[in-house]
Design a binder for this molecule. Sequence first.
Ligand code: CMP
Length: 144
Amino acid sequence: MPNQNTEKTFSIVKPNAMKKNCLGDILSMFEANGLKIAAAKISLISTSKCEEFYAEHKARPFFPELVKFMTSGPVLLLCLSGENAVLKNREIMGATDPKKAAPGTIRFKFGDNVGENAVHGSDSLNSAERELSLFFEKSEICNL
Ligand code: CMP
């Protein structure tokens, strides 16, 4: 049974990491740090869904490039579950810019640049709920 501190967060393995054939490595890093895979699907994200997902960045100069990249190929959509999952996932991912990410983090290992930074992870519980609901039905997420 999940305990009271169990959280669910949302993660995306981005198209550049998918091309590196390193899904096993990335999932192992989540699992080795105590997170469980509560839902997973490989999918293409549509432009309209991507624009909705990244709506808070709409005014940023990199927005068109970000949407183009995120819709350029398959991604792995994930729900990660575990104690303090939101913060833990952000620690496992590392800093947004792979050049600033700590050694051993996913972005350090598999990120190419700030745009193609291998993974996305929710920045708060509220974001996690919003993002999970965009990509998963409640019935698709296991209570691990
Ligand atoms: P992500 O965690 O998916 O959330 C928003 C994304 O915008 C972020 O990862 C980066 O990939 C991207 N991003 C942030 N800053 C920049 C930037 N300066 N140039 C290009 N992309 C960026």
